[in-house]
Design a binder for this molecule. Structure first.
Ligand code: ATP
Length: 657
């Protein structure tokens, strides 16, 4: 049962439990103390990042009962293993096989409550392991119903609702990877609005035990009669609202309201969220019954309510037009740790940045809402597998461009399609809950529109207790939102000091030494180049996406065959742009850059065997290259098919040269 929960009274009739968090679990592949020190020396020189627990002790305030509090904190920080939570033997075995033994704080608190059958609202910071916190008890409950022969079969028994398709895929993958390791079988499917009604019907025939989907998609299934409301009422035992703080921002309210009449009173509902907001209260009232509210903070260190303690936050003040210069300095002088996720606020900016970096031999990929879904998933998986180090992402589908393109695509939808129609996916969300693996640095090239956006962006690093850093490039026009973010962080930390520190490793000299080259190159990236690159990228990705879909389903580890960071232009890069001459780098910058490299080596990030250990195959040769063996005719081809393939291959080689 949940350890050391403190009853904090009642919140509008709900039981409110505040559970203090434990120390970092050892299972998370966090760097060891030396690595950590090296990393901090590199990125955090001169910073005042505190240890959560000592800060907590200092700010504890109340003299009385200090000892008691310390004892309670010690108990709270005790590591709890999955074995202690009363989980089913097959789930415990599956977790062991995945190398997971110790729970994260949210898991050790939420799992027992959910296993008791309670409705639970769980709020815990990004990357804290909320997915397993609900998946494990959910699977346990369904395995038990199956075993007891009490499973009802007219519709899915459990519904997991998430805001975006990317999250559907992610949750589906997590659950499937556990189920594959269990002996009893449960059927899980994901359906999204991108599927045809026929495919959805097929997926739901059976029916599955678990359905992972978006509120919009499930509402559409009910209204089209693909799923009968009465069947849901008869079968549904559990419903999860994951990333609940984002569900309403994806305009899901009406869809969720449409679902309410079909949810049986007996259904257990769980709501997971990374932040608190009025939206959460709204959803709680709409869908949960007298829930336990779990709010996870790091033993009184409230800052960790929103930003993980292991993430150091920095900022750099610069004009909007100097941002290219600053990002180039950070990357080219190797002052930040890879992998790097760079956020921009528009797709054009993303391509402008990609083209600009490319001219300095820095390869990156762009992730945005106009790419086909398969490509987006491949990009995320390839980035996770360390096949490239820099990913530029637009994180919001409510950009000016999105509104405009959506309007245009509606207008055009009946007419013939000229060229390639670029539609933005309303269910797209890059930042939103995506579990990017091993991102060390998040860069806000453009500042997010609000503090919530900042929290979700920063949450892509420092996941599962790993070390991370964030750097925000703040122009004078963005100072208001930056102040808002700082105030929000100070408010939760209840401190006057700034949580976001000036980035200490980039000197004025270092920046100025690159100015001359940067200005020239930045000017050479024209709007026409950007439009062309953008159009070409979508076109390539659509082709790749269709061709490779089936192949990747069968060979999920062949990711490196799809190069998302391929050069957009085929001009060769002059040597003076490719390498920064030694004489331009001042001694301070050289020292800082060496420290970053050292810390990278200390963390084993340069070790090629590491990739192998992660289970990813390297280029597996011609025969398994889907781009070389695919044909529009399918698997069995005659001579004509082979000839055509040969032609394609020749053409492709030509195009690649
Ligand atoms: N007990 C554990 N030990 C080690 N790693 C874990 C454990 N539980 C989860 N993880 C890993 O931690 C990472 C983050 O987990 P998850 O995506 O569930 O976080 P989250 O709280 O849902 O984050 P967000 O709010 O950003 O969506 C994942 O890579 C997951 O595999």
């Amino acid at each position: 049962m949940a350890k050391k929960q403190k009853q904090r009274g009642s919140l509008r009739g709900e039981e409110h439990v505040e559970a203090a968090a434990a120390a970092p679990h050892e299972d998370a592949p966090a760097p060891n103390a030396e690595e950590e020190a090296a990393a901090q020396g590199a990125v955090g020189a001169g910073s005042e990042v505190e240890d959560g627990r000592s800060a907590d002790a200092a700010s504890g305030g109340v003299e009385e009962g200090k000892e008691e509090e310390a004892a309670a904190a010690e108990e709270e920080e005790r590591e709890v293993t999955f074995d202690e939570l009363g989980l089913d033997e097959q789930l415990k075995r599956a977790l062991r096989k995945k190398g997971l033994t110790k729970t994260t704080p949210i898991q050790r608190e939420a799992i027992p409550l959910i296993l008791e059958g309670k409705d639970v609202v769980a709020k815990a910071k990004t990357g804290s392991g909320k997915t397993f916190a609900y998946l494990l008890p959910l699977l346990q409950e369904l395995l038990k119903l199956c075993k007891d022969g009490r499973i009802r079969k007219s519709a899915p028994n459990a519904l997991i609702l998430v805001p975006t398709r990317e999250l559907c895929q992610q949750v589906y993958n997590e659950a499937s990877s556990l189920l594959e390791l269990c002996t009893s079988k449960l059927k899980i499917v994901q359906v999204t609005a991108s599927m045809s009604d026929k495919d959805i019907k097929l997926a739901l025939s059976g029916p599955p035990n678990i359905l992972v989907t978006t509120p919009a998609c499930v509402a559409a299934c009910i209204s089209k009669g693909i799923v009968q409301g009465s069947s849901i009422k008869e079968s549904l035992s559990m419903m999860i609202l994951d990333e609940a703080d984002l569900l309403l921002s994806y305009r899901c309210e009406d869809d969720l309201k449409a679902l309410v009449p079909h949810i049986p009173r007996s259904c257990q509902s769980i709501l997971m969220s990374a932040t608190s907001s009025p939206d959460i209260d709204k959803l709680t009232k709409l869908l949960l019954h007298n829930p336990f509210v779990l709010t996870l903070t790091e033993v009184g260190h409230a800052k960790d309510d929103v930003v993980p303690r292991n993430v150091q936050q920095f900022w750099i003040s610069c004009s909007a037009k100097d941002k290219m210069l600053y990002i180039l300095s950070l990357l080219k002088l190797e002052l930040i740790q890879k992998k790097v996720l760079i956020f921009v606020n528009s797709i054009d900016n993303a391509f402008r940045l990609r083209l600009f970096l490319e001219k300095f031999a820095i390869r990156s990929a762009v992730l945005n809402a106009e790419l086909p879904q398969n490509s987006r998933l491949h990009i995320i998986e390839a980035f996770n597998a360390r096949l490239f180090d820099y990913l530029i992402a637009t994180d919001d589908n409510k950009t000016k461009e999105a509104k405009q393109t959506n309007k245009e695509s509606k207008k055009d939808s009946k007419g013939p399609r000229k060229h390639l129609q670029q539609t933005l996916d309303a269910e797209f969300g890059v930042v939103r809950g995506i579990d990017f693996k091993n991102v060390f640095t998040v860069v806000n090239f453009d500042m997010p529109p609000n503090p919530a956006g900042y929290i979700h962006r920063i949450g892509r690093t420092g996941r599962a207790n790993k070390t991370g850093a964030s750097i925000s490039l703040v122009s004078p026009e963005e100072e208001d939102v930056f102040e808002e973010i700082e105030h929000m962080l100070q408010d939760v930390e209840k401190k006057d000091t700034n949580c976001i520190l000036p980035f200490p490793l980039l000197t004025k000299n270092a920046v100025e030494s690159l100015r001359y080259r940067t200005q020239d190159v930045a000017r050479s990236v024209t709007s026409r180049d950007i439009q062309e690159a953008r159009r070409q990228d979508v076109k390539n990705e659509i082709l790749n996406s269709e061709k490779l879909k089936a192949h990747f389903e069968e060979n999920p580890t062949d990711l490196d065959l799809l190069k998302h960071d391929k050069l957009l232009t085929n001009k060769s890069i002059p040597a003076h742009l490719r390498d920064v001459p030694e004489y331009l780098i001042d001694p301070t910058t050289k020292e800082a850059s060496n420290a970053v490299k050292l810390s990278r080596a200390a963390m084993g990030l340069d070790n090629p065997r590491r990739k192998k250990r992660m289970g990813f195959r390297s280029g597996s040769g011609k025969s398994s290259d889907p781009l070389r063996t695919f044909s529009a005719e399918g698997k069995s081809r005659g001579r004509r098919g082979k000839e055509r393939e040969g032609d394609d291959r020749r053409k492709r080689r030509k195009a690649e040269i």
